[in-house]
Design a protein around this ligand. Sequence first.
Ligand SMILES: Nc1nc2c(ncn2[C@@H]2O[C@H](COP(=O)(O)OP(=O)(O)OP(=O)(O)O)[C@@H](O)[C@H]2O)c(=O)[nH]1
Length: 368
Amino acid sequence: MNQLIPVTIVTGFLGSGKTTVLRGLINRRQTSRLALLINEFGEVSIDGALLRGGVDGNDQIRIHDFPYGLIAYGDDELFIPVMRAIAERRAHVDHVLIETSGLALPTAVMEMLQGPGLAGDFILDATLAVVDTPLLLADQFEPDNAAHSPQAAVASLFEQQLEYADVVVLNKIDLLDEKALLLAETRVRQRAPNVRFLELAYHAQLDIRLALGLRLHQPTLVAHNHRYTPMPGPDASPPGNQDRLNGHAHSGLSAHSHGLATHRHFHEQDPGWLSFVLRSQAPQQTETLRSALIEAARAEPILRSKGFIRTRDSERAVLVQGVRSRVVISVDAAKPAVQKSELVFIGYHLSRANIAALLTEMTGTLWK
Ligand SMILES: Nc1nc2c(ncn2[C@@H]2O[C@H](COP(=O)(O)OP(=O)(O)OP(=O)(O)O)[C@@H](O)[C@H]2O)c(=O)[nH]1
């Protein structure tokens, strides 16, 4: 029998930092040959472009884009053929990393990996869920009592992504103190008691040994062995200094079964989630556009905005990264400047017309 190729799934809500964590892993990996499957809900692949910028010319890393939809869901005709092609070149692949879109559940991929087409070639290594810790602490993933509200839809997806994670990665913790970290950890444990490891990712850096090669789903695994210090008792502080515990905490649980078959119905996509692209030909003033995007995120339930914009002065690409009303515009040195601006918006029951009108008015340039 062929040796099985390990697969790590990186899940997490929109904008939690999945691509940034992956970029760090790629940069710090030494010799592993990786295949990356990058899934985005929007029709334009921004994450794939960002990751490619860092690995151009590196033949040990292959990136496969899955834009516009949810990877391994019913209407995804690409997943099995791409995985089969990876299996065909198994001599050149040590590990497969799959970044699901922020609106996808990892269970779809997990099920496919267990199916007859792929089970003979691949084995799930672990499922990681990346969490935007400041948003968690700001109660943004708590359900409200209103039916069909954006908050209820977000909370439900967040909950399910955590439920199937082996490892939860607390990300965006660079500005948080130890008290806040402990609170975040407690909240995750309350909501997802099956999670086996909690990792702290300072500046989205994750220990590569924790991301590749955990082997949490090996069929023959009897006892789980690792060389990290166990999590301190419930009264202890979480590790403020990642070196102290290697950012690693252990729940002490044995391997849990995912009971996937009973959860098929979760795979249907809530039609309230929308994504669209707005474009503008005219050069943008970055500060003006930033203010307009912040305003738009206040006026409409935008949970994510991202893309490259055309400016007057930069010779390199200018990248917009918006997570709700937190918008960062920066130069991406790995990519040349673009000739038109193209932004993807994702949210729950968003109005394309309102956002286009607001951007057009506030920037004084046509967006459509
Ligand atoms: N301060 C801070 N910002 C971070 C960190 N990790 C990611 N970010 C920022 O968060 C934003 C979203 O990061 P991405 O890595 O694109 O998030 P994602 O989960 O891949 O996003 P989607 O694929 O759209 O769901 C970007 O502006 C990142 O620079 C972190 O550890 N600290």
